[in-house]
Each structure stands twice: as structure tokens, then as C-alpha cells.
Design a protein around this ligand. Structure first.
Ligand SMILES: [Zn+2]
Length: 177
């Protein structure tokens, strides 16, 4: 929910920047959010994006009787992203292994017809890192490679006791920690 509010605030503040966005609403197409938390050896990464990025979901096809099928289709597509490493690359010598990955879809827009059928997709991963001190940087290049319509990723997080807040783009997709 916090991310949805953040996205809304950004839409309002930088209206000019996002004016060409197909749909300036309860989520912003082209804008993804990542949250990174490192505590001891445990690294948690959440990656949230408009479900439209999973494939063509025609904005014209929002008939109610199709909704159940569409949601099912989307969650199947989402689950084909088996690992958070499809989105983010970590230094090998940090020795981070994924111990858990979960997927979820959340409807956005409620009864607002403009956003009917739109969802946010969320991938949450827990990793155990053998040498977390080697987490000097991380790269979201895999996400930019994967999604053609991805423009920006807002990254927020806490690494040890240091807060993190950065915006990444395709030409600047790495983050120094
Ligand atoms: Zn949408």
C-alpha cells in the first residue's frame, strides 16, 4: 500500500514527466518499486510492478466475465519468474542464496473503470548471504533487460543501519551500497 501511495505522490508531483504515461492512475506504467532490507546475513528483496508488464493485457478487454481467467493467466505468468535474480544481480562473492520466493497480485483502482482489470505484481524473496559484507553493489539490469516498457525503478531500503533511496534507469541500473 505504501508503494501505491508513493507512486501516486510521484504522479502528482512530476505530472509533466509522466504526462505521456498511458495511464497516470493508481499505479504508473513504466515505474517499478524495489525494497531491499539487509539484517545480518538475511537479505529481503521485494519487487513490485504493474502486472501489464507481464504481457499484452489489452486495455480494451476489461469485460467482467473474463476477469477471473485473466487474473489466473497473470498469476501463471508471474510464477514463471522463479527467482528474484531475474530482476536483480548481486555480487557472487556475497554468496547469497534464495531460501524463499513468493508471488502475489493485487488489484488496483477498485471500481474505477479506467483502471479496471489492472493489478500490481509483487515478488518477495528472502536470501541468506554467506558474506554480506561483500554486498557492495547491486544491479537491476536484468529487470531493464526483461521489461521493454520499464523506465524507472525506485529503490528503497535499509542495509544494516543505512537507509537507501535511489531511482534507477536503464542507463544507470546499478546501486552502490
Ligand atoms: Zn495498469
Amino acid at each position: 500500500m505504501r508503494h501505491i501511495i508513493t507512486a501516486l505522490t510521484i504522479t502528482l508531483i512530476s505530472g509533466a514527466v509522466f504526462a505521456e504515461q498511458r495511464n497516470a492512475g493508481s499505479h504508473v506504467h513504466g515505474l517499478n518499486h524495489a525494497t531491499i532490507v539487509l539484517e545480518g546475513n538475511r537479505l529481503q528483496i521485494a519487487y513490485e510492478f504493474p502486472a501489464e508488464q507481464l504481457g499484452e493485457q489489452g486495455h480494451e478487454e476489461h469485460k467482467h466475465e473474463e476477469h477471473g481467467d485473466k487474473a489466473h493467466e497473470l498469476s501463471k505468468k508471474l510464477e514463471t519468474i522463479e527467482s528474484i535474480f531475474s530482476m536483480v544481480r548481486l555480487p557472487d562473492n556475497a554468496q547469497c542464496k534464495e531460501t524463499e520466493v513468493t508471488h502475489s497480485l493485487t488489484q488496483v483502482g477498485g471500481s474505477d473503470t479506467t483502471h479496471a482489470g489492472h493489478s500490481d505484481a509483487l515478488i518477495q524473496a528472502t536470501l541468506e548471504c554467506g558474506a554480506p559484507e561483500n554486498l557492495m553493489n547491486l544491479s537491476f539490469a536484468p529487470a531493464f533487460d526483461r521489461f521493454d516498457d520499464l523506465e524507472k525503478i525506485e529503490v528503497e531500503g535499509v542495509i544494516g543501519n543505512k537507509a537507501l533511496s535511489e531511482t534507477l534507469t536503464a542507463t544507470s541500473s546499478s546501486l552502490a551500497l
